[in-house]
Design a binder for this molecule. Structure first.
Ligand SMILES: Nc1ncnc2c1ncn2[C@@H]1O[C@H](COP(=O)(O)OP(=O)(O)OP(=O)(O)O)[C@@H](O)[C@H]1O
Length: 254
């Protein structure tokens, strides 16, 4: 896995010129490059089937790219297994709900720390996630299945942070949530960032995601089509028309 290229430390996660696909089917990612700087929320938006979730699967080792490189804090991790990606600092929160409903919130969160042997480290991380996600602290001994969808998503976030990741990969965290719960979940994404974790976010709800993110990348046909500061993308009339379902966030005055 070692590379001859000197490590770059400007980005926590760098996917460079990635080509990837499923089995013998046509490539889904066709030369995709995405970079995640520290303490930044980067969101990937784009039409259905553009390859957004596939980017996260490549980053978490679920899908090995056919070519291109993946670096975490400058270290080449391109052919890592999912377990090795987790150890390297990439934690993937999958699309849909992945809490174990018959287990308590605490059991679900502690599953995220199964590889951490030092009990005092686990205890410090539990304190950290409880402070970040009040519902996790308040419902610590409740069955996870008794929580609302938005609350369960926060349990998933808490579980993902138990390995102290460099970057959390979030796949459609608002899926299936009502607008209020979606608002709370996006607030928690910002809290994660403010607490020092970089986030690579995939969302169908492109406008809401760009309102939350620092940087945005618009994917189309397996490549990054447009990228830049999220607020600038939101104001781009062409982008609004093509990908955000209407007028830009701020209509220019003449
Ligand atoms: N496990 C799989 N096996 C085969 N093809 C897949 C698999 N997962 C995704 N694909 C295909 O890869 C393409 C990209 O899918 P992906 O889920 O990455 O897109 P997306 O941009 O996240 O779309 P959506 O917003 O609809 O989830 C689609 O054509 C999809 O059918």
């Amino acid at each position: 896995m070692a590379s001859d290229t000197p490590p770059s430390t400007e980005f926590l996660l760098e996917l460079t010129d990635i080509q990837a696909g499923y089995g013998r089917a046509a490539l889904v990612l066709r030369g995709l490059t995405v970079q995640v700087p520290p303490a930044t929320v980067v969101c990937l938006v784009g039409p259905n089937g553009a390859g957004k979730s596939t980017v996260l699967k490549v980053a978490s080792g679920m899908l090995t790219p056919r070519s291109g490189t993946i670096r975490v804090a400058g270290k080449d991790v391109t052919k890592n297994s999912p377990q090795q990606m987790l150890t390297a600092g990439l934690s993937h929160v999958l699309q849909g709900h992945s809490v174990f409903k018959e287990m308590t919130v605490s059991e679900n969160v502690l599953l995220g720390a199964y590889s951490v042997k030092d009990k005092s480290v686990v205890s410090d991380r539990v304190d950290f996630v409880k402070s970040l996600f009040p519902v996790v602290a308040d419902r610590w001994n409740a069955l996870a299945g008794a929580l609302s969808g938005g609350q369960q998503k926060q349990v998933e976030f808490a579980r993902s942070l138990m390995v102290s990741p460099q970057v959390v990969l979030l796949d459609e965290p608002s899926m299936g949530l009502d607008p209020k719960a979606t608002g709370t979940v996006f607030e928690q994404v910002v809290r994660m960032r403010d607490a020092g974790t970089a986030v690579l976010l995939v969302e169908q709800n492109a406008r809401r995601a760009l309102e939350t993110a620092d940087l945005g990348c618009v994917l189309d046909l397996g490549r990054v089509h447009i990228q830049g500061p999220a607020d600038e993308l939101l104001r781009d009339p062409q982008l609004a028309e093509l990908y955000l379902g209407g007028r830009p966030a701020t209509t220019p005055t003449h």
